[in-house]
Structure formats: structure tokens, C-alpha cells
Write a protein that binds this ligand. Sequence first.
Ligand code: TXA
Ligand code: MG
Length: 324
Amino acid sequence: MAVSFDDIHRAATLLKAGELVAFPTETVYGLGADASNADAVRKVFAAKGRPADHPLIVHIGELSQLDRWAREVPEFALKLARQFWPGPLTLVFKRDPRVPDAVTGGQDTVALRVPAHPLAQQLLRAFGGGIAAPSANRFGHVSATTAAHVREEFGDTVACVLDGGATEVGIESTIVDCSGEAPALLRPGMITPQQIEEALGRPLAEARRRSPRVSGSLDKHYAPHTPLMQMEGDLVVELAHSLTRQGKRVAVLARTALQPLIEGLVWKAAPADAAGYARALYASLRALDRAGCDAILVEQPPDEPAWLAIRDRLNRAAAGSGGN
Ligand code: TXA
Ligand code: MG
């Protein structure tokens, strides 16, 4: 059912009252709280089961609100914001003293993003302030790209889920650290390093280690519960045969490999282009996970710039279970 003006208004009222609201962004769904209300922000950590020192992204309605949250905005960051906001890009700044510790995990920096999704925009406008929101999944799970996924994750513990259908980008935003001398990539996303460097007119710097902390950079992330392995297409088919012969149940996320005739094999063909693949990825992983197999075999995407962020998420999924 379409989201009405009343729904947006009710969601904004809940945020003002310190309650949680899940809402779509163009990347993945977020679990939002009033970013200036530390108690409300703590509810996000409790609902997710996320450690309190993992910082959240603050979503704002427009570029002009940046100064309320960031105390230093270098020229190179403005270039990126002007070019990519609203959009799937998060920028990390030295924080304004008014940003609660609960949001930043006590760090001296804050992550900011202006999302492009019309419902996120309407919610931000109705609410007026910043919305602190991590991806709307329990810590250790795959991010949610539909309202139904959010319900799967949280049941009725989240009072309000704005349903904007399936998200367009499908994986989390690109994160660029703008709190140091030079911009550095902290998390790849569908806005590629090449696009960022082109906008900057200079190369990205190496990300500094440990600080600022990015829980999304831990190895164990974005994983389904079923063990997941990546390999080339012919190996997928070979391994599917041999595991099945051993009495195991196998699920496959294929790109180019042709489906072999194996009884009980769970097979999903992924879109051939990177944008389509990213859009479908988390829903596919959830579906394959639900099939209750012993293994998920993923046909490895190409080692090309457009696939960088997808390969990053698949590598984390293969590394073990966990998400943030
Ligand atoms: O697309 C997205 O970015 C989604 C939507 C909802 O906006 N959000 C999202 O949030 O992916 P989350 O919390 O799942 O991941 C945010 C990442 C985390 O890895 C966190 O560590 C990092 O952003 N982060 C937040 N604040 C930071 C800071 N001050 N310095 C460095 N990294 C930060
Ligand atoms: Mg997350």
C-alpha cells in the first residue's frame, strides 16, 4: 500500500517522541532515531544487538544542514557532497560538539549522508532534524532491501516501517573519510573510487588503520547463516555435483554458469550487470539462506571496478556470519 502524507507525519511524530522508525533509502532500509536524542539512539543499538562503540550514519535532508553536524568541512568534501548528494555516498567529518556520543561511538568524527529516496526525503523534511540510522538488520545479518525484510529482522519491536518497495541500489553507501588531510575510501559502494577521484580531481588516499573505526570493515559481515563459498562457474557446477552425491543440499547463486540437472539443487540466476546484481543481492542471499541448504555456492563476479563493492560484500559474506 502506498505511503500517505499521514504515514510520514506519524513517523516524524514518533521520531520526535524518541521512538524508532524504519524507512527506505535508495541503498538499503535504515532503522532511524532522532540523532540529537541519545536515549532514542540507544534504542537503535538495543534493537539491532549492535555494540555501542559502532558509530551510526546521520541522515540529513540537505547539504545546507551539514554545519549543524560537522565542525570542519574541507573544500574537497564539498565537491563530493555537491556532486553526489542526494545519493548513495556517506562522508565522515570532524563532528560538531552537539553530536551525541551515542551516535559516534565516542569518536571525534561523524558520518553524514543526504539520501535520495523520496520517502527518506519526505520523512527528513517532516521531521526537520537529523536521523541516525544504521542498516535495518540485526547485528550479524544481511541488510534489508524491502519492508518485509525489516519485519523479518525486527517483528513488532519496531513500531513503524515505511514501505517504499525494494530499494534501487541494493547495497550500502560508499563511505569516504573527509576528516583528515586527504579523502580516503572507508567502504566501497556503487559510487566507485574512479567516480570519486574524477569528482575530486585527485586520487583517494589510503584509509588510515583503526581510526576512524568502521564496523563494516570487519571481516565478518553481510553474511547469511548457511556457509557461503565463491568460485568460478565451472567449479560451481562441479562442486554442486559432488556435494549432492555426498547427500548434501546445495544452493547456487549463478551468473553465467548453466544450471546442471541435479535433483534438489536450489538455483538462482543473478542479473548480468553490476547494478542489477547489487540490487538483487541481499534478497537473493536471504532466499537462498531460507532454503535450508548445507552450502551456498556463489559464482564469482569479475574483478572489475564496477563490481568492487559487490565483491567486497561477497568476500565478507564468505568470511563468516555477521553484519552491522
Ligand atoms: O547505505 C547506507 O549507508 C545505509 C543506509 C541506511 O544509509 N546505512 C548503513 O549503516 O549501512 P550501517 O550502520 O550499517 O553502516 C554504517 C557504517 C558502519 O560501518 C560504521 O562503522 C561507519 O558507517 N561509520 C559510521 N560513523 C562513522 C565514523 N564516524 N567514522 C567512520 N566510520 C563510520
Ligand atoms: Mg549495516
